[in-house]
Design a protein around this ligand. Structure first.
Ligand code: COI
Length: 359
């Protein structure tokens, strides 16, 4: 159990006035969690302190070799002002997997969850009251050794920041257009695709920018070897409802094992849907689209929640999904996930973790 020292800000910021216009990850709360690591000492000095810039040496490993990982979570306010998290221990375990691949010392699951809960408790007044808005939580770890040799750092910082946020996409729950990327790749076997490391996202920005110039919200990545099988979208996993079967890429090293993805699959199976996890060829998806069998496509992610897709473009051909509106399976998943998260539906799965008032 961490002994977290709390220093409260003497200058609290004004809370957002209009919670319907928060956007995503634009404003940050009053405090942040910080803990350091040094080889031989381990993780130490856990604290919550006023939100402020880090002072870092320009030769820090993270600036040059991107030894960095992160997570994404949300805190939700229910109608009776309970503040709750969604499966925090799954994010903690995933961060351990990312740590292992990036040679970063792992943070024990219980310490990670304790740190997140302590910060959210201190910031509970920042958790939005408005439907659809939540407190986005960004835990991250980065290497702070000073020097330009390429090696695993001996020093790290683990920090958590929070941002009152609305929908990730400007479109909100409205269906988005997705561009299937057939030049650049995001991941390949043996690389870091299954981790949440900043480098994965840095490498994805160019394709995202090019797609955005053509009016697409995101790109859909194909496998890095044959560019034949669908993998994931920039900020979410992606699932396809074809002829009442739900298909998605297996998480076998090149795809991020999303917490929302896993939860949606469990719900779909509970509801009796057949869910196929495997190698899904983009050519088959386009063919299903041409034949009118591509009923729904939706992305899943903490930030994106459950996001419908209305159009897919691959090699110059576009297929429209369903009638262009959110489909029934996507809507049911969205309603069930957000219902549980905001406490409007009972937590039948044991996924909710309440942030008790301690501080
Ligand atoms: C999340 O969904 O929490 C993520 O981390 C995706 C992010 C790139 C916005």
């Amino acid at each position: 159990m961490l002994d977290i020292k709390i220093t409260r800000t003497a200058a609290p910021k004004a809370k957002p006035e209009d919670e319907t216009k928060l956007g995503f990850g634009k404003k940050f709360t009053d405090h942040m969690f910080v803990m350091e690591y040094e080889k031989g000492i381990g993780w130490h000095n856990p604290r919550i302190e006023p939100y402020a810039p880090f002072q870092l040496d320009p030769a820090c490993v993270v600036f040059h070799y991107a030894q960095e990982i992160f997570e994404g979570m949300k805190a939700y306010r229910t109608a009776d002002d309970t503040i709750q998290l969604f499966r925090p221990e799954v994010n903690a375990a995933r961060m351990q997997d990312s740590s292992d691949r990036l040679c970063i010392p792992p943070i024990p699951v219980e310490d990670y969850v304790q740190a997140v809960k302590a910060l959210v408790d201190v910031e509970r007044d920042w958790v939005p009251h408005t439907d659809g808005a939540s407190l986005y939580i960004r835990p991250f770890v980065f290497a702070t050794d000073v020097g330009l040799g390429v090696h695993a750092s001996h020093h790290y910082i683990f920090s958590i920041i929070c941002s009152p946020s609305g929908a990730y996409y400007a479109e909100g729950i409205n269906p988005v257009r997705i561009y299937v990327e057939d030049e650049y790749i995001r991941a390949a076997p043996g690389l870091t695709g299954f981790t949440k490391c900043g480098g994965n996202y840095a490498a994805s920005i160019k394709a995202g920018e090019l797609a955005a110039q053509q009016g697409y919200a995101q790109v859909l990545w194909l496998d890095g070897v044959e560019k034949k099988y669908v993998e994931e979208v920039g900020s979410m996993n992606i699932l396809f409802n074809i002829d009442c079967k739900v298909y998605n890429a297996a998480c076998e090293g090149t795809v991020l094992p999303g917490v929302t993805r896993r939860s949606c699959i469990e719900l779909l199976q509970d509801w009796g849907y057949e869910v196929v996890e495997g190698k899904i060829a983009i050519a088959d998806i386009m063919q299903a689209g041409r034949e009118g069998k591509l009923e729904e496509i939706f992305g899943t992610g903490t930030a994106a929640v459950v996001s419908p897709v209305k159009e897919l473009t691959w090699k110059g051909e576009s297929v429209l999904i369903g009638d262009g509106n959110i489909g029934p399976v996507t809507q049911k998943l969205y309603d069930t996930m957000t219902g549980m998260q905001w406490g409007k539906l009972p937590d039948t799965k044991g996924w909710i973790s309440v942030v008790e008032k301690v501080y």
